[in-house]
Design a protein. Structure first.
Length: 167
């Protein structure tokens, strides 16, 4: 029997996860009046997740079995724990600061700042990377903010610096 890497198991789990939730969308009640079906957005999101999970599965199968000699061992002790879990710890701490700053910065400025700083902390601070991180932060957060604010008319947290809902 051929061995597969961990990513293959994760991809299969994600595909099963998507399948269960896609099946659950057929149990969502449809209203009697002419509006967009409540199951539309969950199905769109799950379709994207399914496609991405399928790509993940294909890539993991192409990669072949994992090499047990290349396992990343963490150093013993308190410092070893923080070195090994450095990136997740940075993500949680940065997300805490993002939530803490929402009343002052708001969703747009706080979200762009959060994404930019997190990408820089995890990806590096070189000038070319700074430009790429800034573009990704502005277009990703700005696009989602615009979609929710203007397209879907969802009131996102406004800040003291910029309030798009003020008349």
């Amino acid at each position: 029997m051929a061995t597969v890497n961990r990513d293959t198991y994760v991809a299969i789990f994600l595909l099963l996860f998507c399948g269960v939730f896609i099946d659950a969308t057929f149990d969502i009640r449809e209203p009697d009046y002419g509006v967009l079906m409540p199951s539309t957005w969950p199905r769109v999101i799950l379709a994207v997740m399914t496609v991405l999970s399928m790509i993940y599965l294909i890539q993991s199968l192409k990669a072949g079995p994992s090499n047990p000699d290349c396992s990343t061992e963490r150093s013993p002790g308190f410092v070893g724990f923080f070195v090994y879990w450095r990136n997740p710890i940075i993500c949680f701490v940065m997300f805490f600061f993002f939530l803490w700053s929402l009343p002052f910065l708001g969703m747009l400025i706080g979200g762009v700042s959060f994404v930019f700083l997190l990408m820089c902390m995890l990806g590096g601070w070189q000038p070319r990377q700074l430009a790429v991180h800034a573009l990704v932060a502005v277009f990703a957060v700005g696009g989602m903010w615009s979609l929710f604010t203007f397209g879907l008319e969802v009131m996102l947290p406004e800040g003291r610096i910029y309030n798009p809902y003020a008349s």
